[in-house]
Design a protein around this ligand. Structure first.
Ligand code: CTP
Length: 404
């Protein structure tokens, strides 16, 4: 099967050690049937020979050596226009900085300014460079502008450090390209509301109660729904993630804020996916002054229950609306999930066993089970972005069941 036949992909290779992995990426994209064009920066050419990528892509490789001006070198603007997708793998801190600020001092960055195609970046660099506020700020600028990023993964880096900075595996990047180029627009005309992140319940002017929710799952669902053509509202608790470009962002802090935001918006939407982790309790009274410690005495917090938002909106579900919930459990998984499914009037629930490695909070993967009223599907460990698409497939299936 050649799922990318007829698609043109421009692969930009910059000068990171991971440049050698671009060879496998190009080869995988060719196997998917794409017309692949490679553009290399001069530092990338110190890592990999252009001829290797030329053979693998079966196209001339555009490089920065203007000594002999080839026709394909002048044609790079035409390539910028023809590309259905531009992938930069590896993307160094330097190219990320240039892109964020619109610099165009070589062929690749010039081409990137001249393209309107979606851009996928696979960052690869030393952990400290990746975590440097400048790089993080540059990535944030790009993501806010609609650039898609994949990785970096954590692990051993070429420099000997351990931490985030490894380029995602070529297989994963190729999979993301496939997803980006073949995303069905099957949510066109649908309004999807997604909740994400934790809530915060203040105790006094400087302290609050919260939980480990990172918001990643909800943000991935919002991105997937947008890619599939939906009109998306993302109601989000305080998280450390860049906003989702193209979604209406609604920021909330407490569970009560979430409730109010939902009551106002839910009647107008088709699908509600509740990936947020609202706090179940709040302080009976929020102290106006900072709580002082009292010698060696313990402190008992006086908490009162918050509203169960999912249950409250579930009671007013309109015909045709689809409500999806999440359940983070550590024991009696299926029974607990089914109880929540019925109690909150949900169509299905995405159950996470948060005790498993690779599931739950602050990781990019999840291991989930889709629990329906009378059946369930166990899913393998997968990226949150992929799980997001599986959840949307399930929603689609309920609204228009596949013919038997
Ligand atoms: N939820 C909600 N309002 C709450 C608590 C949870 O809307 N106050 C929603 C979550 O967004 C999620 C689902 O209910 O979609 C299940 O959340 P979870 O924390 O697993 O369950 P709880 O109902 O809080 O039950 P428990 O804490 O007893 O496991």
């Amino acid at each position: 099967m050649k799922p990318l036949a007829g698609k043109t992909i421009l692969v930009g290779v910059t000068g990171g050690i991971a440049a050698y992995k671009a060879c496998e990426l190009v080869s995988r994209l060719k196997k998917f049937g794409a017309d692949v064009h490679v553009m290399m920066t001069s530092s990338a050419m110190k890592m990999v020979q252009p001829v290797t990528l030329e053979v693998l892509s079966q196209n001339p490789v555009a490089t920065d050596t203007f000594r002999v001006l080839n026709s394909h070198e002048v044609a790079h603007i035409a390539l910028a226009k023809a590309a259905d997708l531009v992938v930069i793998a590896p993307a160094t801190a330097n190219v990320i900085a240039k892109l964020a600020h619109g610099l165009a001092d070589d062929m690749l960055t010039t081409t990137l300014l001249a393209t309107t195609a979606p851009v996928l970046l696979a960052p690869a660099m030393n952990t400290v460079m990746y975590q440097h506020p400048a790089t993080q700020e540059n990535l944030r600028i790009l993501i806010d502008r609609g650039v898609i990023t994949i990785g970096p993964d954590g692990g051993w880096l070429a420099c000997g450090d351990v931490g985030p900075g490894r380029m995602s595996e070529p297989q994963e990047i190729a999979g993301e390209c496939l997803q980006l180029l073949s995303a069905a627009r099957d949510f066109e005309g649908k309004k999807v509301l997604v909740t994400a992140g934790p809530t915060r319940e203040p105790l006094d002017p400087v302290r609050y109660l919260t939980n480990y929710s990172s918001g990643r799952m909800g943000y991935a669902i919002a991105q997937a729904a947008l890619a599939r053509g939906a009109e998306v509202t993302l109601v989000t608790g305080p998280v450390d993630l860049p906003g989702v470009h193209g979604a209406e962002m609604v920021n909330i802090t407490t569970t009560q804020d979430l409730y109010e935001a939902m009551v106002e918006r839910v009647p107008a939407v088709d699908v509600v996916i509740q990936a947020a982790a609202p706090a179940d309790y709040r302080a009976r009274e929020i102290s106006g002054e900072k709580l002082k410690k009292k010698g060696g005495e313990g402190l008992a917090l006086n908490l009162v229950p918050n509203r169960d938002v999912a249950q409250a909106i579930g009671q007013n579900k309109l015909p045709g609306q689809i409500f999806v919930g999440f359940a983070a459990e550590t024991e009696n998984f299926i029974e607990n999930a089914r109880r929540k499914l019925l109690g909150k009037n949900l169509d299905f629930i995405v159950l996470n066993n948060v005790t498993q490695p690779g599931a739950g909070f602050n990781v990019n993967t999840n291991i989930a089970t889709i629990v329906r009223p009378a059946s369930l599907s166990k899913l393998p460990k997968m990226a949150k972005r992929e799980l997001a698409d599986r959840i949307l497939d399930e929603v689609k299936n309920i609204s228009a069941p596949a013919e038997e």
